[in-house]
Structures are given as C-alpha cells and as structure tokens.
Design a protein around this ligand. Structure first.
Ligand code: UT7
Length: 369
C-alpha cells in the first residue's frame, strides 16, 4: 500500500524566448548558454499569472481539460471527480498573492470543494517536498482506526509552479539565461494494493555563504523606529537589523535572484547523488531496479556530473530542459508529465525523482509507477 500517482499535467506560457534573443539584454550567446547548460529556450509568462499556469497544469492532471496537441502535456488514468480531492499543496516561491495562498486560489478556481489547501516553499525542491508531505498526510490518515475523530484524506493535488521571470535581474547574465516559467501538477491517491511512494529523503543544508538568495517584500518599509516613533521619510532601520539577523550583506537583499553559480553547482551535483543514494538505501533496492531517474532540470552538466559520479549512463536520466530552462518548483512535475505522456514511464516501473534548490534544500522520492 502507498501513495500512487494517478494524474500529471504541465503548462508553459505561450511566449518562448530563444537564447539568441537574450543577446539584446546581456553579453551572452547561444553557444555559451547551450554548452554550459543544455538550454536552448525558455518560456516567459507575460500575460499568464502563476495561478493560471497552476490551474492549467492541475486541470490536465485531473483529466478535466483536453491535452495540448503535442500529446506530451498530460497523463491521467481516468478523469478525477474534483470533489474527491482532499488536499491541495502548491509548491511555489512566486505566487501572485501572499494571501490568499496559491493553493487556496487553485482550490477555488477548480472547484475542489472538499480540499484543504496551503502553499509550501522549498524553492526548486518544492514539488518533492510537497509530494512527500502529501504522502505523509495520506499515510497517516489511512492508518487511522475506523471511526477515529480525525480528518481523513485519500486523494491530493500537488502543484509545482514558478514564474521566476518576475524576480530575475534581467541585466545579470549569470542568472537570467537559466530560468523559465511554468507549472506541473500531480494527483496522488492512497492505494491499498500498490506500493506507490516507497522511499523519501528530504534534507536542508545551511546556506552559510548565501549562495542563493532573493529578499522578500518584507525587507523594508516599517514605519516605526526601534523606540516606536514614526519614521516619516527617513531610512528604515529595520532593514539593517534584518540583514544583520539573517547574516546577509545588504547588497544581497535585493528582490531579485542572486546566485553564486559555481558553489550552487557543487552543492547541486552532490545533492543529486546523495538523494539518489539515500532512497536506494532506504528501499533496499539497487540502481539496476530503477527504470528512470527524473532529476530537477537546472543544468544538463549537473546531471552529467552526477551520472559520472554514480557510474551511470546518461540514458538512465531524463533530461528535458532544452526548451524550458530551469522552471524551479515546476521542473520535476513537468518532466514527469512529459515522461508519463510519452510512454517513457510505464506502469510498474520504479522511478526516482530528485531535486535541489535554495535553502539549501534537496530531496528524493523512489516510487512505483
Ligand atoms: O535550481 C537552482 C539551482 N541552480 C543551479 O543549479 C545553477 C548551478 N550553477 C550552474 O549551473 C553554473 O554554475 C552556471 C550555468 C550558472 C555557470 O556556469 P559555469 O560553468 O559555472 O560558469 P562560471 O560561473 O564559471 O563563468 C565562466 C565565465 C565567466 O567569465 P570569465 O570570468 O571566465 O571571463 C562568466 O562571467 O562565463 C561568464 N558567463 C557568461 N558568459 C556568457 C557567465 N554567464 C554567462 C552568460 N553568457 N550567460
């Protein structure tokens, strides 16, 4: 018995920006971007909101919307009754609104009348964290004795969505070429017969060198000084206090993504290997039992590095970032939706999904499709 994936969907904004188009913004070129990352293009949400992308992906995962003509955006065992969704978790760091949460809005728009909904931020690892939290909640609920006075949950919608184009510094060539917008969603349900999710590993490592940061909108503009006097137009002292308590240099407290690329690269390639090794060890399975590894799609070179370290051929890994770039929390569910829809993942296959991101976070899941 376990939590099993029964539907997947992805949604990308209409506008696709090729590498060459970025030359008008920063000193870069297609050759550098493709060789260093494997990325050819990314989608940028101009008219689409985070909520729209999330709902499009979720409707596909629920089987309540027709898949796009490429046939690679959705897979669903059978259409799911919206009223049967008990839980919505939305993994994002770029929701349109702080309140209501993106998950609460998804619930409202899609008419998931019985669901409880909340957001979760674990950056690019968010979908893995979200699926793991959903798995724990379904498992705990399904272990309850008959008649227990606790809320029961059988089916969940987990969405990974990010629209980082809104928080990128488009003058910073070391970050703006890497990311794209998008959403991916999965419906999971408790299955008394099938194993579903077999092993999970979540880790958070202290980012002591502030390698991946973006300030929140709370970084400044408190109207009082520390004695409670109104400040007027004077500089906000809480900003300096905040930087001090977070141990972050003020110049890193910009509300755009800052990344120390090489440090993150080193962390990411180690995290991929550690996540894979951890779920294999927990499950008692070996890498030969695994049909496909679906890693976070940040940089093809990170995946190559992990493959080399684990002594695996690259064809054991799904690489699908060429036309999406790094879509943050959406990256793993987009890759999973494509792999299920195209038949790369078949029923009974054992799969590892693994991701890493700011925090520093990483996580992996081993499941049977
Ligand atoms: O999901 C969140 C997790 N994020 C990641 O996983 C990203 C991890 N890091 C990376 O993927 C890589 O470190 C990058 C793709 C960000 C950078 O690749 P790199 O091979 O580590 O390049 P680098 O930072 O060592 O830079 C090499 C050179 C530098 O020039 P100099 O100092 O050698 O003259 C950079 O200024 O490349 C330059 N450079 C660029 N050149 C053209 C940096 N960005 C660009 C660019 N176009 N876009």
């Amino acid at each position: 018995m376990g939590t099993r994936l029964v539907g997947l969907g992805k949604a990308l904004p209409k506008l696709e920006i090729e590498n060459d188009a970025l030359q008008a913004l920063v000193d870069t070129n297609d050759e550098w971007i493709f060789q260093r990352t494997g990325i050819r293009s990314r989608h940028v949400a101009v008219s689409e909101s985070t909520l729209e992308l999330a709902c499009d992906a979720a409707a596909l995962a629920l089987g309540s919307a027709a898949s796009a003509s490429d046939g690679e955006s959705a897979w669903c065992e059978e259409p799911i009754d919206p009223a049967s969704i008990d839980l919505v978790i939305c993994a994002t760091l770029s929701a349109d609104t702080l309140i209501p949460s993106a998950a609460a809005s998804i619930k409202r728009v899609l008419g998931l009348e019985n669901a409880v909904a909340f957001d979760l931020n674990a950056a690019c690892s968010g979908f893995i964290y979200g699926l793991s939290v959903a798995d724990s909640m379904l498992a705990a609920s399904c272990a309850l004795p008959e008649g227990a006075a606790k809320q029961t949950m059988r089916r969940a919608l987990v969405v990974g969505v990010d629209r980082l184009s809104r928080i990128l510094d488009w003058q910073d060539r070391s970050t703006c070429v890497l990311f794209g917008d998008g959403a991916g969603a999965a419906v999971v349900e408790w299955d008394a017969e099938a194993p579903g999710i077999i092993a999970t590993c979540l880790k958070t490592i202290d980012d002591t060198k502030n390698t991946l940061t973006c300030a929140s909108i709370f970084a400044s503009n408190t109207p009082f000084d520390e004695q409670g006097k109104l400040l007027g137009d004077a500089e906000d002292p809480s900003y300096a206090t905040l930087c001090e308590s977070l141990e972050v240099e003020p110049e890193l407290m910009k509300s755009t993504v800052h990344m120390a690329g090489q440090s993150v690269f080193r962390f990411a390639s180690r995290a991929l290997c550690s996540g894979i090794e951890a779920v294999l060890e927990q499950s008692g399975l070996t890498i030969d039992d695994i049909a496909l590894i679906v890693p976070h799609q940040a940089n093809e070179r990170i995946i190559r590095y992990a493959a080399k370290r684990l002594d695996l051929d690259m064809d054991r890994f799904l690489v699908s970032l060429a036309h999406t770039g790094n879509t943050s929390a959406a990256s793993v569910p987009i890759a999973l939706a494509e792999a299920y829809a195209s038949g790369k993942i078949k029923k009974g296959d054992k799969i590892i999904a693994v991701a890493f991101g700011a925090g520093l976070t990483y996580g992996a899941l081993l499941f049977e499709a």
